[in-house]
Design a protein around this ligand. Structure first.
Ligand code: ASP
Ligand code: MG
Length: 435
């Protein structure tokens, strides 16, 4: 059996849903688990509902209503007014309305998961109903019955010892009955039946969890790009599609922030040698990118740009050397605040780190280390990582930039640069750099 994942962009409107159904028609009578994200930018919109509810601005209900209206409009395009899907979707929204009726819980992250899960619950209701309507029998599955996590809300850690047997017990029999199994990405459940989410863009990871647990032959992610490219096409003009990548190269790319695949996706697939295909839902016959095995190809320069970075210059207040015990303390505080260090460098009495700019967590960090360290913060930076770099690519990426620090380790070069906001698209001669 195979696992397919369709992201938000692939189901953003009624025509997109029809397009997905058109792709799935080609797999009729095959054993397929289909994982779907929330439609379009629904998750962002639901995050605003959460924010409004937590701040008690009085706007949460309206914002949720607008999301519901958008879904209903799309459904009117796909279904007859009497279709059962209307009451299914309505019931799901009612559950979110109940959360809004209560006063906000102390835990932001807990509340977030109880509200944001609605996006995936309704998108899957809609797509499953549509597939059934056009004669592609489909079982709707609640992913929360299968994927069990700990109670780290917004970043649930999968409990494999429970998730694996659940998948076999629940999904296998559905597949044996015939028809597709269609379920939500991004969401899971604690053992006490509270909804959790797996981290933004986590639907890829959900698909990998199902692939691993059910020993899939392969997994495919259907996207609006032809495959994995060597740079983000929104930032660079001449990108190259990579035909094949090793698991290792894919893990490295996603670790450095390439957004094409969720970083947790590769490991479960690699552990069972399940190939991953990244394909275009706009050109479904095209081969896309295959991620498999550890055989290395030669790669062109692969560029990952992470925006909105900050540099923290950390200095000991008493001019003592930044020694192991200082680093141990700093890293403990960083880890407990979930601040991820992208790059670091030190001198005798200072230590600099490049981190994503998450204002409240960085403020909390500065406060908690203030007894021993002074921290200077510089915002608005970009972290550029180039794997398989060559001089030409590096030079062209540095053009018009101030490089604050730079590091080369084997085939990876990283640099923190000052953002030049007016330059939105850069023409990098990747094509020539390939050779
Ligand atoms: N809908 C979720 C998000 O936008 C999960 C996903 O798309 O993978 O983050
Ligand atoms: Mg998404």
């Amino acid at each position: 059996m195979q696992v397919f994942k369709f992201g938000g962009a692939s189901v953003k409107d009624a025509d997109s849903v029809r397009n997905v159904a058109g792709i799935l028609k080609n797999y009729k009578d095959q054993s397929l688990v289909i994982v779907i994200s929330a439609m379009g930018k629904t998750t962002n919109a639901l995050e605003e509902v959460v924010e409004a509810h937590m701040q008690q601005t009085g706007k949460a209900g309206e914002l949720l209503e607008a999301i519901k209206e958008r879904h209903l409009a799309l459904m009117h395009d796909l279904f007859d007014p009497g279709d059962d899907v209307f009451s299914e979707v309505n019931d799901t929204f009612v559950e979110a309305e109940w959360v809004l009726d209560e006063s906000p819980s102390d835990s932001y992250d807990y509340t977030y998961d109880q509200i944001v899960c609605v996006g995936e619950l309704v998108s899957t209701r809609i797509v499953a109903a549509y597939l059934n309507k056009i004669g592609l029998p489909t079982h709707w599955l609640d992913a929360r019955d299968v994927i069990i996590t700990d109670n780290t809300f917004r970043e649930g850690w999968v409990q494999w010892d429970k998730t694996k047997p659940n998948a076999v017990k629940i999904v296998q029999p559905l597949l044996e009955k015939g028809g597709y199994v269609l379920t939500q990405g991004f969401i899971g459940s604690t053992t006490e039946n509270f909804t959790t989410t797996l981290g933004r863009e986590g639907s890829d990871y959900s698909a990998a969890i199902f692939s691993f647990a059910l020993d899939a032959e392969s997994m495919s992610i259907w996207k609006d790009v032809p495959g994995v490219l060597n740079a983000d096409p929104r930032l660079f003009e001449h990108t190259i599609k990579l035909d094949r990548l090793s698991y290792r190269e894919a893990i490295e790319m996603t670790y450095y922030g390439a957004q094409v695949i969720h970083p947790k996706t590769i490991k479960p697939l690699q552990n069972k040698s399940i190939p991953l295909y990244v394909k275009s839902f706009l050109d479904p016959k095209a081969p896309g990118t295959e991620i498999s095995s550890d055989t290395e190809d030669t790669y062109p320069p692969i560029i990952v740009v992470e925006k909105n970075q900050s540099l923290l210059h950390i200095v000991t207040t008493d001019y003592s050397f930044v020694a192991e015990q200082h680093l141990a303390r700093l890293f403990t505080e960083l880890a407990s605040l979930r601040i991820f260090v992208n790059m670091m460098q030190n001198t005798a009495i200072s230590f600099s780190i490049c981190v994503p700019n998450v204002p409240d967590r960085l403020e909390a960090f500065k406060k908690v280390v203030a007894d021993e360290f002074r921290v200077k913060q510089e915002d608005g930076l970009e972290l550029i990582t180039i794997r398989h770099f060559n001089d030409e690519t590096v030079a062209s990426l540095k053009k018009g930039k101030v490089v604050l620090f730079e590091e080369r380790i084997r085939n990876t070069l990283q640099m923190v640069v000052r953002n030049v906001p007016v330059v939105e698209r850069r023409t990098v001669e990747l094509e020539r750099a390939k050779g």
